[in-house]
Design a protein around this ligand. Structure first.
Ligand code: TXA
Ligand code: MG
Length: 330
């Protein structure tokens, strides 16, 4: 299969519709990362998404819809707090998990009685979803466990020959995946942190929990238990306090002939004396936006990435840290 990167216009949308209605897959941009989309009603198409990615078959997919789509077609109950959150944050990088009506293929939620729904704000995503007017099941458009893609070229390098069309919407501005929020209980509970933080949610509805997976427990958001976001090179992670140690290692490895880069925020980059830096930038949003991009740059250029964690660890940085830890895990 030939893979084509296309600009988002009437021609590519028409072609995408044809592919999706024939049970195929199309990669499309969102404000977080690129998705690999299939018709959520089509079980074979959804199963093929798992196959293309090499994704474990107990890790459910998010269903994407356009902003005027009536989610009551898909979910059986929307609590009041979820309505307030939708009003505050959607379209945007917040995925909400509801009790499912069971109308989409059971392959989407891997047999769970819930469904994760996302309304992305990216203009290209909205155009694609509106054109199809169908719920589109889509995980991030990377090979399972690899760093999520934030450009059409990233998708191409993972899925060349496996997907017919990649709709090109430029570099994703958000840079890390959406916050996944369980909306099936009394209060909302964050299952995966992201750009919409627990504090932001609590400010709107008064209270918000956070799910922490305990050793040996069955994951409520199954994706959490898997290795993720890993670049195809060696990695190490140091805390902010251990920055000097990281620099020592950098010099040692480079002297030994191992091409090594340091990945860190702008403040740290300015305070250390090294040439090969993957600079994530300064503000929280900038750092999140550059994280996957720089991990992919790193694997292209380096044999070893030594990451130094940012000093701040709360808010958006909680989402960044969660990914950075998983990216640097063996
Ligand atoms: O930003 C994003 O969310 C991107 C773009 C493409 O929209 N998508 C994405 O999908 O990150 P994926 O498949 O890489 O991650 C989906 C996450 C997984 O952690 C999965 O376990 C969780 O959402 N999830 C999906 N359905 C769920 C459900 N019914 N209950 C709990 N967690 C669910
Ligand atoms: Mg993913």
């Amino acid at each position: 299969m030939q893979t084509r990167i296309l600009p988002i216009d009437e021609n590519s949308l028409k072609l995408s519709e044809k592919i999706i209605l024939n049970g195929g897959t199309v990669a499309f941009p969102t404000e977080t990362v690129y998705g690999l989309g299939a018709n959520a009603f089509d079980g074979l198409a959804v199963k093929n998404v798992f196959k293309i990615k090499g994704r474990p078959n107990d890790n459910p997919l998010i269903v994407h819809v356009h902003k005027d789509y009536d989610i009551l077609n898909l979910v059986s109950y929307v609590p009041e707090y979820a309505k307030s959150l939708a009003k505050a944050f959607l379209p945007g990088p917040l995925t909400m998990v509801y009790k499912s009506k069971g109308v989409v293929s059971s392959a989407v939620s891997c047999g769970l009685d819930t469904i994760a729904v996302r309304i992305p704000s990216h203009d290209g995503a909205q155009k694609f979803l509106k054109y199809l007017n169908l719920p589109i099941a889509a995980p991030s458009a990377n090979i399972s466990k690899h760093v999520s893609p934030v450009t059409a070229e990233h998708v191409y390098s993972d899925l060349d020959g496996k997907v017919e069309v990649i709709l090109d919407g430029g570099k994703c501005s958000g840079g890390i995946e959406s916050t996944v929020l369980d909306c099936t209980g009394e209060i909302p509970v964050v299952l995966r942190s992201g750009l919409i933080t627990r504090d932001m949610i609590a400010k709107v509805v008064g209270d918000c929990g956070e799910y922490v997976l305990k050793e040996g427990e069955k994951a409520r958001s199954p994706g959490m238990k898997y290795k993720h976001y890993s670049p195809n090179c060696k990695t190490m992670l140091f805390s902010y306090a251990e920055c000097e140690k990281a620099v020592e290692r950098y010099y040692k490895y480079n002297a030994e002939g191992m091409n090594t880069y340091i990945l860190c925020d702008g403040q740290t980059a300015n305070s250390i004396n090294v040439d090969k830096v993957l600079n994530l930038g300064n503000s929280d949003y900038e750092i999140a936006s550059n994280l996957y991009y720089m991990l992919r740059e790193g694997e292209r250029k380096a044999q070893m990435i030594i990451a130094v964690a940012p000093q701040k660890q709360d808010g958006v940085m909680a989402g960044v840290m969660n990914r950075l830890i998983k990216a640097c895990k063996d």
